[in-house]
Write a protein that binds this ligand. Structure first.
Ligand code: SAH
Length: 243
């Protein structure tokens, strides 16, 4: 896995991927206490986000507030604020904090947006986005991950996060249009249903490319004339699968 300062990425965690952990019994977690995590989260914001190029105050505040440790399976919880993606089971990963913040900042959210996330995984990015827009709709194809994300999100209380198990390729037509759509998995091109569900003036952010390639993160704005495209950064995400 190639990673450099210029390379932001959600690694396919081959070394430790595919893990299927049992949830630790409630209240018996050997993890550091909540206060210790707060200090780690503050350091993460300072050292991984502010020290790089994340300036958006709302994004920084959201990253300060969402407890990433609660979205990470117990064996990896002590690494929750490290500068890397972590396995969440089923061979999938929770993105590096910097990637989540970078993508959230790229969407330039103001607070009123209805947001669709394809590949909501652990629910972490959805929770961050929910503090930046008005409603977040997350779709996850892996049933186990979806089930766990519902418990995590429900336990923490993010009333404006709505989760669904299914193939995000088809979007969530009943809830369209969306002001922002973000793909947390890579696709060769924008699925037609997702483009159709994007509001006029809306923004769609996705890692473009295949599993083998280095992908690029692309921001596409739906305009009256068609589309405007900005290529933001090389990335590496898990591929979008079909059901
Ligand atoms: N945003 C997530 C990152 C999860 S990784 C988080 O914060 O934890 C990307 C996720 O995309 C994986 O969980 C994978 O199962 C999911 N995925 C892949 N193809 C999909 C599809 N067609 N529809 C919905 N989810 C998909």
């Amino acid at each position: 896995m190639i990673r450099s300062a210029m390379m932001i990425g959600l690694a396919v965690a081959t070394a430790v991927g595919g893990c299927q952990q049992r949830a630790a019994p409630q209240g018996l977690s050997p993890s550091p206490a909540t206060e210790a995590f707060e200090a780690e989260r503050e350091a993460m914001v300072r050292e991984q986000l502010q020290a790089r190029d994340i300036r958006d105050a709302r994004v920084l505040e959201a990253m300060r507030r969402v407890p990433r440790d609660r979205f990470v399976p117990e064996p990896f919880r002590r690494h929750a604020y490290s500068d890397e993606p972590l396995p969440i089971g089923r061979g999938q990963t929770i993105s590096q904090p910097y990637v989540v913040a970078f993508m959230a900042a790229a969407l330039k959210l103001r607070g009123e947006e209805r947001i669709l996330e394809v590949g909501s995984g652990s629910g972490y990015a959805a929770a961050v986005l929910s503090l930046l827009g008005s409603e977040v709709y997350g779709i996850e194809i892996e049933k186990d991950l979806y089930d766990r994300s519902v418990v995590t999100i429900g336990g923490l209380g993010y009333p404006n996060v709505h989760l669904r198990w299914g193939d995000g390729f088809r979007g969530w037509p009943e809830k369209a249009p969306f002001d922002a759509i973000v793909l947390s998995c890579a696709a060769e091109r924008i699925p037609d249903p997702l483009w159709a569900q994007l509001a006029d003036g809306g923004r769609l952010l996705y890692p473009r490319g295949s599993a083998e390639d280095i992908q690029e993160l692309v921001l596409v704005t739906k305009t009256r004339e068609g589309r405007r495209e900005e290529r933001l950064a090389p990335v590496r995400f898990v591929p979008m699968r079909r059901q």
